[in-house]
Write a protein that binds this ligand. Structure first.
Ligand code: FMN
Length: 390
């Protein structure tokens, strides 16, 4: 069973990603893991922190001689900002620590600040925001990179692109090759496959920056060359669409998830939505004339690209803060302001790729199993022969 967890606070010493259940002898390309971390840090509309941090994953368990050994893997990502926070967030309760604390008593609407303070009984939301922060997605991206490496061994690649920023929307459907290219592009400001639309998206970010406001948007994740038969229709919690939706919704600020073109499908007729089936005799595979289902039917992958979208609300922290109530005095005050991004759609897309990779890798290992890559490959090849002979 592939499982993963993360630990770490936004301004703590480090983040930790823990991933267990990968077969032994999977080659781990650390440069690839670090390149994924770099991609997460990019995007037009990010705050100052991305300039301080240059995230790198340091494996501390489970990888030896460049390969997995079938043991749990732990990756450590250092927070470069820690020296500035050491006194505010000491592990030991040192004398005078209160003076150095950076309390947050004016909970920011849209953040976990108030709900978390009520839940844990804190009159200072500092510990809540430290863990709720999307800095945590760095650990997810590191774990997701390992899942991507597993899937890549079997021909599956995952990419993302931005299809909406605020009011500006991409009005065409790019091909897989275009998506793959823009996903890997390190200079494209918003990772949109259409340069004209990207210019308008960039202007949208400039406009909210000037106004002291923030903006949301939509990213699309595409998993290309996914084997048919992952997930299951037989139990609610085995359905791959539901599992992907939970994984994407768990990303900070993602408030809705779409599978394929599910949102517009709801307003169309059945004849306009279902994807007709054909048979490619040369490839010995069933194919579709369209992919509005996003590669998933009945909670099972059907052999087409898996396509999921994450809808982000606008960033909660505002340079022109909204009103809130002080956690101690209960008086009306302005919400706290901490250094903040104003647009994170491309970065959220990279986190979306990681979550998609982790869910697909988990479903892949549930179907094909194997304690070593050799065993997993044997099982996978046997299923491919079964599809050939279908
Ligand atoms: C990559 C990424 C970066 C983010 N950066 C910020 C930020 O700088 N400031 C902010 O207010 N929210 C940011 N968020 C969103 C908040 O973390 C999120 O809205 C908050 O934790 C509350 O969770 P919820 O919106 O899922 O309810 C970011 C989200 C993502 C995915």
């Amino acid at each position: 069973m592939l499982r993963f967890f993360t630990a770490g606070e936004s301004h703590g010493q480090a983040l930790i990603a823990w991933i267990s259940g990968l077969p032994a002898s999977l080659p781990i390309d650390l440069e690839f893991v670090n390149a994924e971390l770099h991609r997460r840090q990019l995007g037009y509309g990010r705050g100052g922190r991305q300039k301080i941090e240059k995230d790198r994953a340091e494996p501390i368990a489970g990888i030896r001689h460049g390969k997995t050994i079938g043991a749990p893997i732990a990756l450590r990502i250092e927070n470069k900002d820690w020296p500035n926070w050491e006194k505010a967030l000491p592990v030991e309760d040192v004398d005078g620590a209160e003076d150095a604390q950076r309390p947050l008593r004016a909970p920011r609407p849209g953040h976990a600040d108030l709900a978390g303070a009520l839940k844990f009984g804190f009159h200072d939301a500092r510990y809540i925001l430290e863990r709720a922060s999307a800095r945590e997605t760095a650990a997810r991206v590191a774990a997701g990179a390992l899942a991507k490496l597993l899937l890549k061994e079997f021909g599956t690649e995952i990419a993302s692109h931005v299809i909406r920023v605020g009011k500006v929307e991409l009005e065409r459907s790019p091909s897989w090759d275009e998506i793959r290219l823009v996903s890997a592009n390190l200079v494209s400001p918003l990772r949109c496959a259409d340069s004209e639309t990207e210019k308008r998206m960039t202007a949208e970010v400039d406009q909210v920056l000037r106004a002291g406001d923030s903006v949301g948007g939509v990213f699309e994740v595409v998993a290309h060359n996914v084997v048919a038969g992952l997930g299951s229709h037989s139990q609610w919690d085995e359905r791959l669409d539901g599992r992907l939706a939970q994984a994407l919704l768990s990303i900070q600020a993602v408030k809705a998830v779409e599978v394929g073109t599910g949102v517009s499908n709801a307003g169309a007729y059945g004849s306009e939505v279902q994807d007709e089936i054909t048979y490619d005799a040369a490839a010995k595979r069933f194919r579709r004339r369209s992919n509005r289902a996003g590669g998933l039917e009945g909670g099972i992958s059907n052999g087409e690209d898996v396509v999921v979208r994450g809808y982000l609300k606008p960033i909660s922290t505002l340079r022109r803060p909204l009103e809130t109530a002080d956690l101690v005095t209960k008086e009306t005050v302005k919400a706290a302001y901490e250094r903040s991004d104003v647009c994170v759609v491309p970065a959220a897309g990279v986190a979306g790729e990681a979550m998609t990779a982790l869910v697909l890798a988990q479903a892949f290992l549930q179907k094909f199993g194997g304690d070593s890559m050799a065993e997993t490959r044997q099982n996978y090849d046997a299923f491919q022969r079964q599809l050939d002979d279908f």
